[in-house]
Write a protein that binds this ligand. Structure first.
Ligand code: SF4
Length: 161
């Protein structure tokens, strides 16, 4: 399946726990003040890439990486393609983190987004709030965002970082 990809990092230590590859997905409707990746809000930014190509790039970083992080933009604007990729990543025994401007509860209201949640191990949810940056937990941008550990799409616990 085709994905609109805004960027890719082979190795990152700041987008979730452990060394991770990061896929940035294009498109976000929020326009949060102070957004770190404003160019990625554009749904046509970056390149249209087949998810199998992204998977090959991820595989090239094994065994160095511990997992893969989806960020953006908002990965939940392309739920089907991201789900296909997340499923394949899990089959490689890598864990999946995902950043989103949606709240977890909002994602449950949409069938495709709720399905994608089943392939995510850790969800960092909620929009970025510039005024709440000061006490942000590690791996989140602002303190209103939650870091949620999921099991089969259900919240297991608040992730201990
Ligand atoms: S949700 Fe994230 S990508 Fe979207 S505008 Fe806010 S900070 Fe930027």
């Amino acid at each position: 399946m085709k994905l609109q990809v805004a960027g890719f990092l082979d190795n990152s230590l700041v987008n979730g726990k452990g060394l991770r590859s990061v896929v940035f997905l294009s498109g976000c409707k929020r326009n949060c003040k102070g957004c770190q990746n404003p160019c990625m809000q554009d749904f046509s930014y970056g390149d249209e890439v087949d998810s199998s190509e992204v998977l090959e790039r991820i595989k090239s970083n094994i065994p160095l990486i511990k997992g893969v992080t989806f960020s953006g933009g908002d990965p939940f604007e392309q739920p089907q393609g991201v789900m296909e990729l997340a499923k394949a990543v899990k089959e490689l025994n890598l864990n999946v983190w995902c950043y989103t401007g949606y709240k977890y509860e909002e994602l449950l209201e949409d069938k495709e987004r709720a399905e994608l949640l089943k392939y995510i191990d850790v969800l960092v949810d909620g929009p970025f709030e510039e005024s709440l940056m000061e006490n942000a937990p590690k791996y989140a941008g602002s303190s209103n965002q939650r870091i949620l550990e999921l099991v089969e799409g259900k919240v297991e616990t608040k992730y201990k970082v």
